[in-house]
Design a protein around this ligand. Sequence first.
Ligand SMILES: NC(=O)c1ccc[n+]([C@@H]2O[C@H](COP(=O)([O-])OP(=O)(O)OC[C@H]3O[C@@H](n4cnc5c(N)ncnc54)[C@H](O)[C@@H]3O)[C@@H](O)[C@H]2O)c1
Length: 317
Amino acid sequence: MPRALVTGGAGFLGSHLCDRLLADGWAVIAFDSLITGRRENLRDAERDPLFSFVEHDVTLELPDPGPLDWVLHFASPASPPDYFDHPIETLRVGALGTMRALDLARERDAGFLLASTSEVYGDPAVHPQAETYWGNVNPVGPRSVYDESKRYAEALTMAYMRTYGLRTKIVRIFNTFGPRMRKNDGRAVPNFIFQALNGRPLTVHGDGSQTRSLCYVDDLIEGFRRFLDVDQAGPMNCRPTGRSSESPHGTDRPGRPAMLTGSVQASDRYIATGSAIRAPKRNATVGDVGATRASTPEPKTSSKSRLMSVRTFWAFT
Ligand SMILES: NC(=O)c1ccc[n+]([C@@H]2O[C@H](COP(=O)([O-])OP(=O)(O)OC[C@H]3O[C@@H](n4cnc5c(N)ncnc54)[C@H](O)[C@@H]3O)[C@@H](O)[C@H]2O)c1
């Protein structure tokens, strides 16, 4: 039975990953300082005897987690309000936390996966961003604490791979949404849903022409699982895919990212009116799926029911 450490396991993505690994029969230990995560995210996981949780800041010396097959490093503030509130902690976990997690993987002869981000591309000058694009990051802007911390974490991961032959993987995650996102998370999708449910106007920054690749959490986790099973190190963009006819580069490129205020090309455009959220008449033709080069899963749920799942989750929390 494989055994994994998930750092940041009490967070939005980390907790879904713990649930999925446990469902697959893995043993899982989670380390989390709870700086932005919540213990209740682990309510399901904690019912499983193969799961254990340690409240711990991974920038400090790590407790002994026992034997490991994988270290899955998800610890980091991730939403803009969180990393604006915790700039030093964000840099510390990207640097010190990543180094400790890598050292642990090396010591235990385990594989290592880094949860990186599309923010490594910064304010991209190239659309869509392929993994070969090096990005356009302002190293001294307010967002640099997150962008540069993840860029450093990626560099460190590659250095451990090249220097020590460590089995490493880097996934660059794009905007993911789903149950367990906090209402005050600060990212576009929860903001829109929260404002719509409260009958408020939706806040769109800038002129609304900016785009996002939106990914539903189950599809992202499926992408991680498949990535763990293939012999590839990445970096791997993990985001919605387009059908091959729309993507000259194959199935791992986004077909149509969603525009925030909508255009006829938007694949996942939602119109929020008062407390109702409904899909536009022109339905999405592109599935939001977690992407790996090895295989591209079909989405399990419709786009509308994905948004409704967040709404339903909030109704009961
Ligand atoms: N959600 C997304 O759309 C998205 C997009 C890109 C990248 N990511 C990456 O995925 C990972 C998880 O993001 P999320 O959305 O679940 O965020 P989250 O804030 O819900 O989860 C992060 C978790 O890490 C924990 N943590 C932070 N610093 C820590 C430390 N020093 N020691 C131990 N635990 C610590 C937090 O308490 C929290 O539980 C992050 O690394 C983030 O950068 C997420």
